[in-house]
Design a binder for this molecule. Structure first.
Ligand SMILES: Nc1ncnc2c1ncn2[C@@H]1O[C@H](COP(=O)(O)OP(=O)(O)O)[C@@H](O)[C@H]1O
Ligand SMILES: [Mg+2]
Length: 228
């Protein structure tokens, strides 16, 4: 396994509650899906990894720093066109206008939205907005793409389209770290499953094994509830 992140003794306490409790984890798979019940701490763990939150204790050790981008359940669109939304992300990273525009157009084409590039982003459907968010992230060519329930607000057809794009981004070489409520999606995307419950890592298992024979009672009862 080619470790790209080691997490050691990570905790996050907010208002006296331990949201993340002494998490130690080695990530090496290209595609990891974090599963767990509502409130388990999945979003918090991803935000810690993306440096949007600072841990109370513990360290994240990156053997080599990776460029990263993150996509959320609800895409945050600026009040401008889809194209300018993608350009904006590139300019934040220091790309000059011409190059940013070229990359943004290319990225929108890769998610199948070139025909909507000049539409106001906020008037697009939820699925289209999420594809703009994916284009904005992919345009940066991140080495690590983090996605927090990227299809949770979408209808089945949009969800499949977004899943296909995530597959394309993975195929282009980016590492994928994501959460989802859709177990079929987890199964299709993941190499490794990390199962968390009440802020703790319960198990980390190759995907086929996780769905066939989860190692822990907590994961077994989670799967039974989600896949009756
Ligand atoms: N800023 C915060 N202050 C206090 N509690 C929080 C905060 N953020 C999240 N929580 C709590 O931490 C737990 C984990 O939240 P979250 O990471 O969003 O879980 P998940 O994504 O697995 O549903 C939940 O009980 C949530 O209510
Ligand atoms: Mg969450």
């Amino acid at each position: 396994m080619n470790t790209w992140l080691s997490i050691d003794g990570l905790s996050l306490t907010e208002g006296g509650t331990r949201i993340i409790a002494d998490v130690s984890l080695t990530l090496g798979a290209q595609r990891t899906v974090v599963l767990g019940p509502n409130g388990a701490g999945k979003s918090t763990l991803l935000r810690l990894i993306h440096d949007l939150l600072h841990p109370s204790t513990g360290v994240l050790y990156w053997p080599r720093p990776l460029s990263q981008a993150m996509v959320f359940q609800r895409p945050v669109m600026l009040r401008t066109t889809a194209l300018t939304n993608v350009i904006y992300g590139l300019k934040l990273k220091g790309f000059k206008t011409g190059e940013a525009r070229r990359r943004a157009q290319e990225s929108l084409a890769r998610v199948g939205l070139e025909h909507l590039a000049l539409r106001p982003a906020r008037l697009l459907s939820g699925g289209e907005q999420q594809r703009v968010a994916l284009a904005r992230a992919w345009a940066l060519e991140p080495e690590l793409l983090i996605l927090d329930e990227p299809t949770a607000s979408l209808d089945p057809a949009s969800s499949r389209e977004v899943e296909r794009i995530i597959g394309d981004i993975a195929a282009s070489g980016a590492r994928i770290l994501m959460t989802t409520h859709n177990l079929g999606q987890a199964r299709r995307i993941a190499e490794d499953i990390v199962f968390i419950d009440r802020g703790r890592i319960v198990e980390q298992t190759p995907v086929a094994q996780f769905f066939k024979l989860p190692q822990t009672p907590a994961a077994q009862s989670f799967l039974q509830e989600e896949m009756p």
